[in-house]
Design a protein around this ligand. Sequence first.
Ligand SMILES: [Zn+2]
Length: 353
Amino acid sequence: MNNAIESLLTFDIGGTWTRFGIDDGFAECKLLDRIATPSYANGEQNSEHSRAELIQLIRDQIDRFTQHNHNTTIQNVAISLGAALNGNTGTIYFSGPLWGSSRSDNFDFSLELKHIFPAITFHIVNDITAHLLWYIRKNSNINSGKTVLITLSTGIGCRTFDHDSKSIPLDADFGIQGEIGHLPTTPTINGRSFEAVCDCGGENHLSAFCSGSGVVKHWQQYRNLILQATPNSAIRDLSSFDSQTINMLIRDNDAGAKLFIAALVQPIGNLILTMLTMEPAIKEIALTGGLLESLQPNYLCALQTHLNKAGLYIISDFDRSRVPNLIHVTPECPVAGMGGAAMYYREFIGNKQ
Ligand SMILES: [Zn+2]
């Protein structure tokens, strides 16, 4: 066991951007560079090619860093990756934003990197896990029970941290947890719904309706149902999803825009109520992500309205503020993925070596 705190190089690899930085284990994680990720989300159609480009990107950053820091020996690198992966083994399952609908089972990221840098061990963690750890370090006042983080962004996902066991419990066989974006759901507008295919290929998944990419992809279906209920809504002039215009229309009291935001948050609200019903140990639920931020404050307002209306059986009759008080919106932090990946290494891996 190594008791000395080593500075860690760390990457946050998302569908849009790859961030590279250094975390010294004491103060802030420092961003050194931000590069567009060679990914499906950035227009790369060939997943084999984009994986090779990503490996090259990591290689270039590490080479450049070591050239500028002559005496530095790097032993470990922490990586936050925007992909569903087996937290027990590091096997990558799938990432729509990085590699489209192709499965990634045969892509051993750590091994590929190990071939290039035999002296370095790469520790890869799911990006939502990294963000949850960062949130707990920076924002949470909870030290018992459970903290849930839900990301509402290009995709949708969630992780739960158990403060009592100081762990993020994973499925024993497949090493995943909280992949809520691929649960079936149906948002309704005026009692009617529509069918939607998810980026993963599944039908009527939460992400297909309620994620950033889902809303963009299925905007026409949303708009058609909204206009059936509110024919005079200015939504009719909105040919593609645009959060700024939605916010403006809500401010102007447009019935169609209000119907849209209510439908968008409804499945998320119902899921939150299910979580709280099944797991009373949940003490806080943090919401983050680009879609959420782009629709604020309207998103939280609509969500709280739904949560207040639906409520938790019995509990909300006695305590109306119970559910609203558990919900916290946390702004996106540019170093959260990198810092969280470094934390994961230090707290769950490094001390066990
Ligand atoms: Zn899906």
